[in-house]
Design a protein around this ligand. Structure first.
Ligand SMILES: O=P(O)(O)O[C@H]1O[C@H](CO)[C@@H](O)[C@H]1O
Ligand code: HPA
Length: 291
């Protein structure tokens, strides 16, 4: 496929080559992929039988340019479940096309992954949210998509349904696990809104996003989820609220990326517990089958 305007720039041959390169170098056959958000690379720390590839060594793979994104593709096991973790994701604001941002999702699909768990750090817009809360994403707003920055432009079957992008059964399982772990007080459900970044929101923008129904805001996730849903993967989205977004001109606090990373690292252990329990239990879900 040829690149025209902002149409797709990753060919199927490229995807195939990268998949074959990886599959010829690993014996892992992951069914679950995890994308680690800013400062959340620690989520991959406690998996066993690890095999690590640096992004710069993988043909056609983009490289990480954002602090808090290590740039490693890590294969391994959570208990008996074979998984692949992206320690570091790609963002539109790094200068990558959304095709390139979502390239790894297509590789996962070709490798036989069936479920993708997408994590991120985000700013809380919902006034009930506290810093450190985990928001299970129930829906999203694709703001760049409204302006034609969409990862499916020029790629595959058109008009996919997105009203059920985040599996209801997987959300329910995560809520049940959170309750069993005693985490119910800080695990919520909500709507994530993607903005392109790289600047954080103005107060007027934050107010608008809140009025539009967004509970949290970040600069990622939506492209990956859109492509994952389009190619038939089951999706769970977990957003860590790393800061409260200012809706008030009198508020003096200013958000910055270092604070985002600090909170992510502080809460990664707790998020890891939810994640690993989810992965070990995901067979319960397989019985229910895709939703
Ligand atoms: O969405 P992740 O990759 O977690 O990163 C979030 O943190 C960065 C801002 O601090 C932005 O990239 C935002 O999207
Ligand atoms: O407040 C935020 N806005 C956008 N992206 C973010 N990522 C973490 N926090 C934020």
């Amino acid at each position: 496929m040829h690149s025209k305007g902002n149409a797709c720039c990753c060919s199927f041959d490229e995807c195939k080559l990268t998949t074959e390169w990886l599959m010829s170098r690993t014996r892992h056959k992951p069914k679950i992929a995890v994308v680690c958000g800013s400062g959340l690379g620690l989520l991959a720390d406690n998996i066993s039988n690890k095999q690590v590839f640096r992004y710069e060594d993988i043909p056609n793979f983009p490289v990480s340019t954002v602090p808090g994104h290590e740039g490693h593709l890590v294969f391994g096991h959570v208990r008996d479940k074979s998984c692949v973790f992206m320690q570091g994701r790609f963002h539109l604001y790094e200068g990558y096309s959304l095709c390139r941002v979502t390239f790894p999702v297509r590789i996962f699909k070709l490798m036989g992954v069936e479920t993708i768990i997408v994590t991120n750090a985000s700013g809380g817009l919902c006034q009930d949210f506290k810093v450190g809360d985990i928001m299970i994403i129930k829906d999203h707003i694709n703001l760049p998509g409204f302006a034609g920055q969409h990862p499916l432009c020029g790629f595959g079957i058109r008009f996919p349904c997105m009203s059920d992008a985040y599996s209801k059964d997987l959300r329910k399982l995560t809520l049940d696990i959170s309750s069993e772990l005693g985490y119910s007080n800080f695990v919520r459900e909500g709507v994530y809104c993607m903005v392109s970044g790289p600047n954080f929101e103005t107060i007027a923008e934050a107010r608008m996003l809140h009025i539009l129904g967004s509970d949290s805001v970040g600069m990622s996730t939506v492209p990956e989820v859109t492509v994952a849903k389009h190619c038939g993967l089951r999706v769970l989205g977990l957003s860590l609220i790393t800061n409260k977004v200012s809706l008030d001109y009198s508020r003096e606090e200013k958000v910055n990326h270092e604070e985002v990373l600090h909170i992510s690292k502080m809460r990664a252990e707790m998020l890891q517990k939810v994640l690993y329990t989810f992965i070990t239990r995901s067979h319960q879900e397989e019985a229910i089958n895709s939703s």
